[in-house]
Design a protein around this ligand. Structure first.
Ligand code: ACO
Length: 336
């Protein structure tokens, strides 16, 4: 019986810092509204001409994770890439990483589970390792939101929340003890798919020739839509449920949590969960203030920064949890 263990973490964020005050110059918003509702003070948005894409940012985060893991790219047996903003409609960015890093022709899987994407990706990697199929797996979460946001007053309810960035982890086989990922827990509820959605360019019942012929600049289906309050209410319930599910599956109580890293959806959601579980500020890590919501990248970005800050120690019980579009949600319980 094997376990999988995280032995390397990496991150990359674009240089370009966009503050709330910067946003107030291009749309009708202000620092007070954004800070009060979301806790976000600034985010990174890729600058035109920088060359950063979802795939290239993922590659940079991956390089850091590989180096910190002390392995070579040639040791990687499989790649899992989570994103909702791939460079191309198909193929997904997993193969771009395989090529850019010069990794041998291993499998590359793309995961499409939005804010829960990194937990889904970890779950896949963990179970490939647990079954003995692979030894070292590169898991990436990367997002480039800024190219696709409606940066006008019409889109302000969504566009002020999302940011660009990437995070990565190396999972390796751990033999003979109980360290590493203990369990992962995944859920979905498709009846709410359209409450947090980007409809285009998915064609559904529309024909691509008709979409092109319409050439309609008012077509909002190319921008993300979010029913914010409905998402908020569902998120706080599902986060709590799935954290408890993970703890109970391992015979743990909430007092066992040393570090909770929630998907950085909204600081107010994280604070609600923190209060509900009676956790101190030292037991929850947030960096949404600096980066906004980076969907599939948010957990590996936060995990990397928590680890860099020395906030995660060997033997700690680390809980990762996410909720997002789908709806999908999940948790991951780690004995670090
Ligand atoms: N600046 C100023 N005013 C704004 C802005 C803005 N950026 N955005 C909206 N407003 C206005 C609205 O127009 C509205 O004005 P009105 O009352 O005159 O109509 C008012 O502010 C209140 O708008 P609400 O949408 O009701 O604001 P609410 O307090 O619900 O906050 C928010 C909105 C922050 C989106 C909140 O609902 C939320 O955090 N939801 C959860 C988001 C989330 O967690 N997403 C995670 C998943 S993301 C993923 O999976 C990809």
């Amino acid at each position: 019986m094997y376990n999988s263990k995280i032995i390397g973490l990496g991150k990359y964020v674009p240089d370009n810092v966009v503050t709330n005050d910067d946003l107030s110059k291009i749309m009708d918003t202000n620092d007070e509204w954004i800070t009060e509702r979301t806790g976000i003070k600034e985010r990174r948005w890729v600058k035109e001409g920088s060359g950063d894409t979802t795939a290239t940012m993922g590659v940079k985060a991956a390089k850091m994770a590989i180096e910190r893991a002390g392995i070579s790219k040639d040791d990687i047996d499989f790649i899992v890439f989570a994103t909702l903003s791939p460079d191309m409609y198909f193929p997904g960015p997993g193969v771009q990483v395989q090529h850019a890093l010069g990794i041998k022709t291993v499998g590359a899987l793309d995961v499409r589970n939005q804010c829960s994407g990194f937990i889904y990706a970890l779950s896949v990697a963990d179970n490939f390792i647990k079954t003995g199929m692979y030894k070292n797996i590169l898991v990436i979460g990367s997002e480039l939101h800024s190219h696709g946001l409606d940066k006008t007053t019409r889109g302000r309810g969504v566009s002020v929340i999302f940011g660009d960035g990437a995070g990565a982890a190396i999972l390796t086989r751990e033999e003979g003890n109980k360290k590493g990922i203990l369990s992962t827990h995944l859920h979905s509820q498709g009846e709410h798919a359209e409450e947090l959605v980007l409809k285009a360019p998915g064609m559904g019942t529309r024909w691509v020739n008709d979409i092109l012929a319409d050439n309609n600049e008012d077509d909002e289906s190319y921008f993300p839509y979010m029913n914010g309050q409905f998402v908020f209410k569902n998120a706080v319930v599902r986060f709590s449920e799935v954290i408890m599910e993970g703890l109970m599956a391992n015979g743990l109580q909430k007092e066992a949590i040393d570090m909770l890293i929630p998907h950085q959806a909204n600081l107010r959601i994280a604070q609600f969960i923190q209060n509900k579980f009676g956790l101190t500020n030292d037991q929850v890590f947030n960096n949404i203030q600096k980066y906004g919501n980076t969907t599939a990248a948010s957990i590996p970005l936060a995990l990397t920064e928590a680890w860099e800050a020395g906030k995660i120690k060997e033997g700690d019980t680390v809980v990762l949890a996410a909720f997002g579009s789908g709806f999908t949600w999940g948790s991951c319980i780690i004995n670090w």
